[in-house]
Structures are given as structure tokens and as C-alpha cells.
Design a protein around this ligand. Structure first.
Ligand SMILES: Nc1nc2c(c(=O)[nH]1)N[C@H]1C(S)=C(S)[C@@H](COP(=O)(O)O)O[C@H]1N2
Ligand SMILES: [Mo]
Length: 331
């Protein structure tokens, strides 16, 4: 008789090292890291906790001040699939500063978000450093339900709260020199190397991303400060992150501390690691396979309250072609 052990739903994501992280185990990359420790620990953090303790601890990370009287933007009120369960989205994250697995939600609680400041600098008429509380009051907040597509071929639907990037542009007024923008995530070598993984210390930190100015000015480009009706949880990139739903998830830098307007294409984290695998533009495209896997379909996580997923055809520009295709010379 065979005993088949069915793992509890909350155990499932622990077992996977992400395809993005799997990259680091490849010889080509390791060769460039002389003396790097390969035995990076990717041990599940909550391996010895019971399911209900875990659920309680996770729920605590999501119990954040509510953002009151936020209206849903009618243009982004629904998509062709349900919103992903909050408890699933909150424990299935990519945040490599805190580890290579999907269960970084607990480690990410070490992110010190109190007194957060965001510096907006570079080729702008009005450089500013905002306290996060001022930023929250400055721009009218709205909710947008967006599809979210990771380059690893899984997807969700997330109800972000925030404001369009173009509002910030209007405030700081990029000069004619500004052609790109770079987003820089919070970085603390102590935090990142400590609990999670040794190899991580050798990567091109801080995490950076970038857009062209035209992309940033697009209606869809969004800064999120909240999710599911409350402030942004740390595992999702509190207190401020980029959301660019027509691009792969890695384009959305978390926990932004600096926004710099620049003349030429800025360096970005994944593009620096391997431009062949992660191009700067990174628009969702079902017809352009990743060198290691197809992008034609995706695993949509969000059918129900457990980790069951549904296979879906990937949409060009993640379904947002009507907003962005013209940026790339397509109709
Ligand atoms: N600073 C930082 N931002 C990041 C990442 C990261 O590792 N560090 N991972 C990216 C990737 S690969 C994805 S898929 C999304 C995941 O966002 P979520 O965990 O909120 O769903 O965050 C992106 N932003
Ligand atoms: Mo990703």
C-alpha cells in the first residue's frame, strides 16, 4: 500500500526555488562569482510551524491601517478573471533581498518602513524628498484591479491602491534631458545577507528598475502604496512600489527610496545579471519565449483560497495593448 501524503496548501510554495533564482545555480553565473558560497540557504522559514500558527502570523502581516474612501477607477474595476485571494498573494512573493524562495513574507517584516523617505532627483526642475506620509496625502489615491504576470509564467490579479506616475512627473517636471527614469529599492546589506542567502551578497544590489519617460507617462504606470484596501504589506514592497502591468513582474521595483530621471537607459538588476534572459523593456509577450521556458501560457493563481491554479493563455502586453501598444509602434 502506498501512502500518498497530500501537502497542505500553505506548504506548496516552500518547495520551489523560483526559476528566476534557479539562475544562480547555473555554472555560467557561478563562474563569475569567484569564491561565492553556493550552499545558500533556501530553507523554508516556517517549516516547523502548524498551518494555523502560520496563517495567524501571515494574517498579522496583512493587518495594516485601512485606506478609507478610496474609489475604484472604473476603467480598471474588473479583468477577465477573479482577484487573487489576499492570503495567497501575501505568502507567494518575489523579494530577493529576503531570500530566493516564495515564502519571504516573514523575513520581509524586518524591512524598516518607519520614517520612510523617497528622493526624486536627476533631470527635473523640482527635485524633492518626500516623507511617505506627505506623498500619501499629496496625490489622490485610487484603486485599480490589474493583472500581474511574473516572467516565471505565473500570474495573479491584484487590487492596488495608489496614484498614476504621471502625477508625480507633473510635480517634479522632468527637463528635456530626461529620457529615462530609474527606480532604486531600499538596500541594507545587513538585512539582506543575514537571514536569507549567502550568494545574494554578490548580486548587483540595490535592486533597480527603469522605464522610458513615455512609459512612465502612460496612463497605466502606477505607484502603489496600498493593496486589498489597506497600506502595502512589507512582502509586497511597502511603502511604495512600481506597478507596470503590461510588463513582467520584475519591472516593478519594491520599497522604492529613490527615483532618478536620467538621460540614458539606466542599469537594472535583472538586466545587469543577464541581458539575454531579462531585457530592459520586458513587455509581456506570449510569442517571445524566455530562453529557458515558453511564455505562451501562464499559471493563474487565484481561482480559490488554496494554491490551485488555472492554465491561461498569456495575453500580449498582459491584456493592456489598447493602452500601450502604440508606445512600441504596434497598434
Ligand atoms: N526590490 C525588489 N523588487 C522586486 C523584486 C525583488 O526581488 N526586489 N522582485 C520582482 C519580481 S521578480 C516580482 S514577480 C514582483 C513580485 O511582487 P509581489 O511579491 O508583490 O507579487 O516584485 C518585483 N520587485
Ligand atoms: Mo518575477
Amino acid at each position: 500500500m502506498t501512502i500518498i501524503r497530500i501537502p497542505k496548501s500553505w506548504e506548496l510554495p516552500e518547495r520551489e526555488v523560483t526559476p528566476e533564482a534557479a539562475y544562480f545555480n547555473r555554472r555560467r553565473f557561478l563562474k563569475t562569482l569567484v569564491g561565492a558560497s553556493i550552499g545558500a540557504s533556501i530553507m523554508p522559514i516556517m517549516g516547523c510551524q502548524s498551518s494555523s500558527d502560520t496563517d495567524k502570523a501571515l494574517t498579522a502581516t496583512l493587518e495594516l491601517p485601512k485606506l478609507e474612501s478610496i474609489k475604484t477607477n472604473p476603467a480598471f474595476a474588473t479583468v477577465d478573471r477573479p482577484v487573487t485571494n489576499e492570503l495567497l498573494a501575501g505568502r507567494y512573493n518575489n523579494f530577493y533581498e529576503f531570500g530566493t524562495g516564495k515564502s519571504i513574507w516573514q523575513a520581509a517584516q524586518a524591512l524598516p518602513t518607519d520614517g520612510w523617505k523617497v528622493e526624486v532627483t536627476g533631470a527635473v526642475k523640482n527635485p524633492r524628498t518626500y516623507d511617505i506620509d506627505d506623498l500619501l496625502k499629496k496625490f489622490p489615491l485610487e484603486e485599480r484591479i490589474y493583472r500581474f504576470r511574473c516572467v516565471e509564467a505565473w500570474s495573479m490579479v491584484l487590487p492596488w491602491i495608489g496614484f498614476p506616475m504621471k502625477l508625480l512627473m507633473a510635480e517634479v517636471e522632468p527637463t528635456s534631458k530626461a529620457k529615462f527614469v530609474q527606480f532604486i529599492s531600499y538596500d541594507d546589506p545587513q538585512l539582506r545577507i543575514g537571514p536569507s542567502w549567502t550568494l545574494g551578497g554578490k548580486l548587483p544590489w540595490p535592486y533597480t528598475e527603469g522605464l522610458t519617460l513615455e512609459e512612465m507617462a502612460n496612463e497605466l504606470a502606477f505607484f502603489a502604496v496600498g493593496l486589498y484596501g489597506h497600506l502595502l504589506p512589507k512582502q509586497h514592497g511597502a511603502p511604495l512600489r512600481e506597478v507596470v502591468p503590461w510588463k513582467y513582474g520584475f519591472k516593478g521595483a519594491k520599497s522604492i527610496v529613490k527615483i532618478e530621471f536620467v538621460e540614458s537607459q539606466p542599469a537594472t538588476f535583472w538586466n545587469t545579471i543577464d541581458p539575454h534572459e531579462y531585457d530592459f523593456e520586458a513587455n509581456v509577450n506570449p510569442n517571445k519565449p524566455h530562453p529557458r521556458w515558453s511564455q505562451a501560457t501562464e499559471k493563474f493563481i487565484g481561482k480559490g483560497a488554496d494554491f490551485s491554479w488555472e492554465k491561461r493563455d498569456t495575453l500580449p502586453y498582459n491584456g493592456y495593448g489598447e493602452y500601450v501598444a502604440q508606445l512600441y509602434g504596434n497598434k
